[in-house]
Each structure stands twice: as C-alpha cells, then as structure tokens.
Design a protein around this ligand. Structure first.
Ligand SMILES: [Zn+2]
Length: 303
C-alpha cells in the first residue's frame, strides 16, 4: 500500500486517453445510479470491447448533457489520480449528440477546459475513426484543428489493412498549426504497418505501437525520428494484444531506448489508473521504482 500511496501522490501525465470512456466506474455510478455492470478483466478482442461499449456506455448517452457529463467524469477521474497533464481524444462522431452543430460541440469541450484549468492541464485532441468519411474529416476535423480548443489530432479504429494516405493532408495541416499528431497503430497490426503509417503520416507520437518490438527496422525508425510510444499495458492485456503483463513488450522497447509513456487508454473499460499500472509494473518486477519515476517525469516534461 505504501508504494501505491507514494505513486498516487506524485504528479502524473496521461497522454493516451479517450475522454468519454475514461471515467472511473465509481464516479459514473454517482451520476448514473442504474449502472450495474462490472468492468470485465478480459474482452473478446477489439470487437468484444466495441460490443461492451454499445451495450453499456452508449445506452447512457441520450443527449449532449450525457456526453458532457461522461467527459467531465473522465477529467475528474484523472484529477483524482493526481494526473496534472491530460492529452485526451474527443471523438468527432460525438458531434451527432450536439444536433450536428460543430460550434456547440467545440464550445462544450472548450468549457470543460476552462472549468478545470486550475486543476489540470487538459489538452483535447480531435479523435477521428480511420473509417470516417473523408468529406467529414476535412470539414469537421479541419474545423476542430483550426479552433483554439483542440491541441492535437489522434486517429484510431481497426488497424489491419488500413490505407491511411487520406489523412496525410490533415496531419500536415495540424502540424502547420503546431498541433500534436498521433496515430493508433501496432497494437493489433504488425511492425510493417507501423513503418507505413510513419512514412505516410509522419506522426509526432504513436498510440500503442507495441508490435514495433518485433522489428529492428521499426525500432530504428522510431528512434531516428524520436517518436514517443504512448503505451497502455492493461488495455493491451485485456484485449489480448499481449498475453500477460509479464509478457508485454514494454520492457524490451524501454531497453531499446524508445521514449515510452504509460497510460490508461479507457479507464472505464480497463479499470486501471496510471497509479495502478505503475504499481503493477513495479510489483511484477518489470521496472524498478526509479525507472518508473523516470518514465513518469518524461511524460510530464515531454510536452
Ligand atoms: Zn487508444
């Protein structure tokens, strides 16, 4: 308990977080007393997780107020874990709950930023599914990037056999406006797909990227371009991308000199805070306290 308390008290960053899915279930129950579900320890892969979201989370979202409430709970859950710097994606599809008014959607996110400004450095990223219509990406996605509210872009969804070239231009536009660029890749897809994504999009950071550990070439490219990997070990184990924490490639990537961070992904779905994950990695003897502390500080400093 002493270790957990010490880790909890330290200021932390979470830079891989999907905001409306990042609330702690206890806080969610305070607002939605009808919530009965327990967070599963393992899902039947990515599709199993999507099924859980549709069944248990989407049913809570009846209006824009619910969406704002879920995002608010996500931010408060981070604050409760002493996360001082939060880079979280806000899914572009959520605009549907705001009568498809992009202005209202952007304002709502801006209000949350203001509301918690004294407690946490919250930097929202516009989150776009790789399967989104390109017309929407370049209309709504661009408007978000051009707004003062969003600080970055993150794309996600199915990883295998995806042609990401359609996103090349919006990544360039984001970079031109000094917004951070991230892509989810290399969780379920192989190192080859990572090499292609890096060449096509030139992202600042990669969400997951754990399968780079299988390829010297991918590791070298990540090192050469100084790309940070924002890793979420518990999420990877729950979804079967890693067999267990002990077999997770996070240690190998660290030893290769890759700049890594440890993050929650979706606290509501995986039920492991940054403190929990730091503590587990130390207790399983995968990292020493000093190493975890260095990773923690890098995540806060590498802004
Ligand atoms: Zn993610």
């Amino acid at each position: 308990m002493a270790l957990r308390n010490k880790l909890h008290s330290l200021p932390k960053a979470d830079v891989h977080n999907h905001l409306h899915l990042s609330g702690a279930v206890e806080l969610l129950r305070e607002q939605y007393p009808g919530v009965q579900f327990e967070t599963p320890r393992y899902y039947d892969g990515f599709d199993g997780m999507m099924h859980f979201i549709v069944q248990h989370v989407n049913t809570l979202m009846r209006s824009s107020d619910d969406v704002i409430r879920l995002m608010d709970i996500g931010i408060r859950s981070s604050i409760n874990d002493n996360v001082r710097h939060l880079e979280a994606s806000v899914d572009m599809g959520l605009v549907a709950y705001f009568d498809n008014s992009l202005e209202t959607f952007i304002n709502a996110v801006g209000q949350l930023k203001k509301k918690y400004a004294s407690e946490i450095d919250f930097r929202p990223e516009i989150g776009i599914k790789k399967s989104a219509e390109m017309e929407e990406v370049y209309r709504d996605g661009m408007a978000c990037i051009e707004s003062e509210v969003f600080d970055g872009i993150d794309i996600y969804g199915k990883e295998t056999d995806q042609d990401l070239s359609g996103f090349k231009e919006i990544f360039q536009e984001a970079r031109a406006r000094s917004k951070k660029t991230k892509v989810h890749i290399g969780e379920f897809s192989d190192a080859q797909s990572m090499l292609r994504a890096i060449e096509t999009l030139e992202p600042d950071e990669i969400q997951h990227g754990i399968n780079a550990a299988d390829s010297e070439k991918a590791i070298q490219m990540i090192l050469d371009r100084n790309i940070r990997l924002n890793i979420c070990p518990h999420s990877n184990v729950a979804l079967g991308a890693a067999r267990s924490l002990l077999e997770h490639p996070v240690r190998k990537l660290y030893e290769e000199g890759v700049n890594i961070t440890i993050n929650t992904d979706d606290l509501l779905l995986f039920n492991a805070t940054i403190t929990d994950q730091f503590a587990d990695l130390i207790q399983q003897r995968m990292f020493t306290f000093e190493e975890i502390d260095e990773i923690r500080q890098n995540a806060i400093q590498g802004l």
